[in-house]
Design a protein around this ligand. Sequence first.
Ligand SMILES: O=c1[nH]cnc2c1ncn2[C@@H]1O[C@H](COP(=O)(O)OP(=O)(O)O)[C@@H](O)[C@H]1O
Length: 169
Amino acid sequence: MQMRFDGRLGFPGGFVTLQNESLEDGLNRELREELGDAAAAFRVERADHRSSRTVSGRRIVTHFYVRRLTLEQLAAVEIGAPHAKDHGLEVLGLVRVPLYTLQDGVGGLPAFLENTFIGTAREQLLEALRSKLSTRGALQGPMGPELRIFVFGREGEQRECFLCWAWHL
Ligand SMILES: O=c1[nH]cnc2c1ncn2[C@@H]1O[C@H](COP(=O)(O)OP(=O)(O)O)[C@@H](O)[C@H]1O
């Protein structure tokens, strides 16, 4: 995931103008802005869409996408992210999600989930973990697989917000 400008954790993403671009075009543009040039090595497609929700009290619809990357792609994104256009502004840094629980029963994923998240990002994280990871036994040992998540966006007449995360096992 990423640390946002407001001190909350969330997914890479943002707003798009549907008059000028498709959801996926907007999403991939925002990925470049927030993650840097390494995001150009892959493209999030319509088939990667997982869920959509309205934001209460605001005229916003969020669309959640999940995209699997190779380890090489993820490593390139992590190295390049500090050079992205939005780094230090909207985005303060990428954060890996620990997919394990330490022996004290709290450290790892349980402690991570105690952070403050923007909107429904926490629920989206759990939704993604349930569908993609729990059946693979990935929520184990501290040396096990880790999840890294990204996001994107821009403003428009119709405020559509694109959220995405990428993972590797
Ligand atoms: O990662 C996310 N997961 C779920 N909802 C999100 C996420 N990021 C942003 N949102 C939703 O989109 C809204 C607008 O996002 P953001 O705070 O970046 O733009 P804003 O500065 O125009 O309010 C947030 O208030 C929140 O409800």
